[in-house]
Design a binder for this molecule. Structure first.
Ligand SMILES: [Zn+2]
Length: 274
């Protein structure tokens, strides 16, 4: 299976390559008759300066595991200049397709590039110059935000994971929003990722108090569950250090996501026993 190498992604504008790889994985999967269904969907589309752009979604559905499927929404590339998360979601899709047991009981929706114009240009903002991660749930006019809000409302995810890169940090960290379940998922995820990159153990990260790479506070307007959704899903933000080698950022992110996918069903079983 082809690997998205650092040399290939040193030009982070290679949306075409990302898309072709997803197509190839979907095809391999269907030919091999594997039990995880992998399907490419279009979560949104728009025209920018005369060219059509799509927000892709990869839906991966695993085998029945004795309960209703756990729906997770995984998002990357909200900031177009943070391609490690985009590559990590493509990597995750490919590896889950190759090893479908890991996704049994799940229905995953992966959005590798929420901000396609920013991704092409290598900019944080979208084509209109907006930081999309300050635009959620405030009647944004940005089409990318509207498309993702619609997906969040439609799928009512049990969990939301958003991937970012911070080029002012030298280590991994995450936002747990002060909720116990989030912390219980994020702590082992950071542990799993630590085999590739160190934790950011500063007491203040991104202006917020932090402990062992965990931040409780957050900015307003970030990608999150619909405010009216009950119960609220678990909701994590995972950050890699932008100056670290690209491949290690990708590996650390995939390890963190794997950890969360492995760990979460245990929490459901625990909650049902209460
Ligand atoms: Zn970001």
């Amino acid at each position: 299976m082809p690997v998205l190498t650092s040399s290939r992604t040193s030009t982070p504008c290679d949306l075409f390559a990302l898309r072709e790889r997803l197509r190839a994985t979907a095809l391999e999967n269907s030919v091999a008759g594997r039990r995880a269904d992998l399907e490419l969907q279009i979560a949104g589309e728009f025209t920018h300066e005369g060219c059509r752009r799509e927000i892709l979604c990869v839906r991966i559905s695993g085998a029945f595991a004795g309960h209703d499927p756990i729906r997770l929404g995984l998002f990357a590339g909200i900031h177009g200049d943070e391609p490690a998360g985009c590559a990590a979601l493509v990597e995750l899709a490919a590896s889950l397709a190759a090893d479908p047991e890991r996704v049994a009981g799940y229905e995953l929706f992966l959005y590798p590039v929420v901000n396609p114009i920013g991704f092409e240009r290598g900019t944080r903002q979208n084509g209109a110059g907006k930081d999309l991660n300050r635009e959620f749930w405030c009647n944004s006019e940005e089409i990318e935000v509207q498309a993702i809000e619609a997906a969040l409302r439609t799928h009512q995810f049990h969990g939301i994971i958003t991937l970012h890169t911070d080029d002012t940090s030298e280590g991994l960290y995450g936002y747990a929003h002060g909720r116990t379940l989030n912390e219980a998922l994020l702590t082992p995820a950071l542990d799993a990722a630590k085999q590739f990159l160190p934790l950011d153990d500063r007491a203040i990260i991104d202006g917020f108090p932090a402990r062992a790479g965990l931040i409780c506070d957050c900015f307003a307007g970030v990608l999150s569950a619909p405010p009216e959704q009950r119960p609220q899903p678990f909701d994590l933000i995972f950050e890699t250090p932008g100056t670290a080698p690209f491949d290690l950022q990708v590996s650390a992110t995939v390890a963190a996501l794997d950890s969360i996918i492995r760990t979460y069903p245990g929490f459901i079983a625990y909650a049902q026993d209460l």
